[in-house]
Design a binder for this molecule. Structure first.
Ligand SMILES: Cc1cc2nc3c(=O)[nH]c(=O)nc-3n(C[C@H](O)[C@H](O)[C@H](O)COP(=O)(O)O)c2cc1C
Length: 239
């Protein structure tokens, strides 16, 4: 398939054929492709939960409001955001940077910059306190500096959530395009009860469900009619 074929093939299908399973290596490959998506600061604050256990699957379908894209899916994958894991990711980066430092020396400019980025800037962006004081501080600081020069405006919970959901959605698209390249359909869903999905997957409070993706061989009547998009000039703006 060419890239254009893959894009054209990927459509949300909500009725998957019961007799055409998805080979597990195709799902595995698609999950690897998901993890190769671009993501904010390479913090990879995501997880991809492939739900294979029949009992959990049943519960997940129920939590997805029993919609047919979940009910008929051969495979179900849940894209999860994990901004609570920022400390772990910082440590992971720090270890890699220190390993690189053994080769080029700790004083190398690139090492210093990367260390500052992950051990100062990332904690500054992701650290929170129970009262929202840090968020307010970041907002005020960004506002003050922003009066004089462009600045990345680190703020509070809302902005952190947007950041991790952006990256997770890109991973979801990688996953779906990978499945499409093997001629399997998908349906991303946000029609679910996030509290229940989190409980089924045993996730902590700060984890969030980005999308649940149903996968399989789509039936011809599983598409919601022809693919309709707005006229180009409505959405593509050239400046
Ligand atoms: C974030 C997101 C949430 C969605 N939620 C649902 C859903 O809960 N149920 C569903 O049937 N389709 C859902 N969709 C699929 C959209 O309806 C579909 O992508 C859109 O109609 C465009 O059609 P296409 O994917 O075939 O190009 C969702 C898509 C996205 C990106």
């Amino acid at each position: 398939m060419t890239f254009d074929d893959i894009i054209q093939f990927r459509r949300s299908n909500r009725k998957f054929k019961a007799d055409e399973p998805v080979p597990s290596e195709i799902v595995e490959k698609a999950l690897e492709h998901a993890s190769l998506a671009p993501n904010s600061s390479n913090m990879q604050l995501w997880e991809f939960h492939w739900v294979r256990d029949e009992d959990k699957k049943k519960k997940l379908v129920h939590a997805c409001l029993n919609q047919s894209a979940a009910r008929t899916a051969q495979e179900l994958v849940v894209i999860v955001t994990r901004r609570d894991k920022w400390r772990h990711r910082v440590q992971w980066h720090k270890n890699l940077i220190l390993k690189d430092a053994e080769r080029v020396g700790r004083d190398a400019r690139s090492i210093k910059l990367r260390l500052t980025y992950y051990t100062k800037l990332m904690p500054f962006s992701y650290m929170n306190d129970g009262l929202g004081i840090l968020g307010l501080y970041r907002r005020l600081l960004s506002f003050a500096i922003g009066l004089f020069r462009p600045i990345y405006r680190a703020e509070g919970h809302a902005q952190q959530r947007i950041t991790v959901h952006k990256s997770a959605a890109l991973a979801a698209e990688n996953f779906m395009l990978s499945m499409a390249s093997e001629e399997f359909h998908t349906c991303p869903m946000e029609g679910f009860d996030g509290v229940r999905v989190k409980r089924i997957l045993g996730l902590p409070r700060r984890a969030e469900i980005n999308m649940v993706i149903g996968c399989g061989k789509g039936q011809d009547d599983g598409f919601w009619g022809p693919r309709r998009r707005l006229p180009k000039d409505e959405v593509i703006k050239v400046h």
